[in-house]
Design a protein around this ligand. Structure first.
Ligand SMILES: [Mn+2]
Length: 318
């Protein structure tokens, strides 16, 4: 990690302007990570800008809107970012594919790019980068950023620390998944910086409709083997919904692995697979040219329909 931090510090010294951007439909891991970087860059007397459309808040989810109301920062959007693309480094967090960026067209400019992620690598990652760091053992990018703040001896405000803490909770499904000793240590740093657990809870609250939608998905899940659950989502679902549902299914008694399938907006079929550790879901995802790890894997399929995929998985786990 220190190698990454030295590299980032070196890069921050080299450029004047920094645009910080995450994935579409940003979550608190994206916002928390951007805010941590923002503080570090500001501290070095450089100019950071977070790419977030603060003038059109209604396109963001509740937790982002609530968080944005608690923090101040300089931001750019589609219309304004071009004013700041001289001597600029674009730092991309929590995503590594162009199509998944908050604003994919930003890559059409000749700006130097750094990518920092913790997701399973896809082949179509952003290749035109000057530095790419992807550690899939990290719970979240905010976990990494907590260490980076600590490395630079920088303390963030209580709302920023609270947003970061909420980011860890979202990505780990409340310290259930991908949680290591380092994750708790990062959470501990954030508490020491003044993260407020009441504020954090406020950021994490979901609407009743969101809860009902999630519960409906779970209700429609079924077992394909003694300990393996499957769920088919509505059309037009997002990768996040697939992942969240697959995570959620692991919470139930007798569920040791889960497969969630759904048609994405691009008409491809997305699959998210999870296991608690005694079943290799990556092996199954490789059948679909996907990838990942033993406990967390996925695939995107364009040459099979949901029913065909479902049948292949049932056969393979059999
Ligand atoms: Mn994340």
């Amino acid at each position: 990690m220190n190698e990454l931090f030295d590299k980032l510090n070196e890069l921050i010294n080299k450029y004047e302007n920094f645009i910080l951007i995450g994935h579409k439909d940003p979550d608190l891991d994206v916002l928390g990570s951007c805010l941590a970087l923002y503080n570090i860059i500001k501290n070095k007397n450089k100019n950071p800008y977070i790419f977030i459309d603060k003038d059109n808040l209604d396109k963001y989810n509740e937790s982002i809107i609530k968080s944005l109301n608690k923090v101040e920062f300089n931001y750019v959007n589609e219309k304004t970012y071009k004013n700041y693309i001289k001597n600029t480094l674009l730092i991309i967090v929590d995503v590594h594919q162009q199509e998944r960026l908050e604003y994919p067209n930003i890559l059409e400019n000749k700006i130097d790019i750094v990518v920092i992620d913790h997701h399973i690598m896809y082949q179509n990652y952003i290749k035109d980068n000057i530095y790419l760091y992807n550690d899939t053992t990290l719970s979240s990018i905010v976990e990494l950023m907590s260490y980076y703040l600590n490395y630079n001896h920088i303390i963030v405000s209580s709302p920023v620390a609270s947003i970061m803490l909420a980011g860890i909770e979202i990505d780990t499904n409340s310290y259930n998944l991908k949680t290591t000793a380092s994750t708790y240590k990062a959470a501990s740093y954030l508490m020491e910086m003044g993260a407020d657990t009441i504020l954090k809870q406020e950021f994490l609250k979901e609407t009743k409709d969101e809860y009902i939608k999630r519960a409906d998905y779970i209700k429609n899940s079924f077992m394909i083997k003694d300990n393996i659950a499957m769920c088919i989502l509505n059309n037009n679902c997002t990768k996040e919904e697939l992942a969240e549902t697959a995570d959620e299914l692991l919470k139930f008694v007798d569920v040791e692995a889960s497969f969630v399938i759904g048609e994405l907006k691009n008409k491809h079929i997305g699959i998210s697979a999870r296991s608690i550790g005694n079943y290799d879901v990556e092996k199954i995802m490789k059948e679909f040219n996907g990838g990942g790890h033993l406990t967390n894997a996925g695939a995107e399929v364009s040459d099979k329909n949901i029913r065909e995929i479902k049948n292949i998985i049932i056969k393979k786990v059999g």
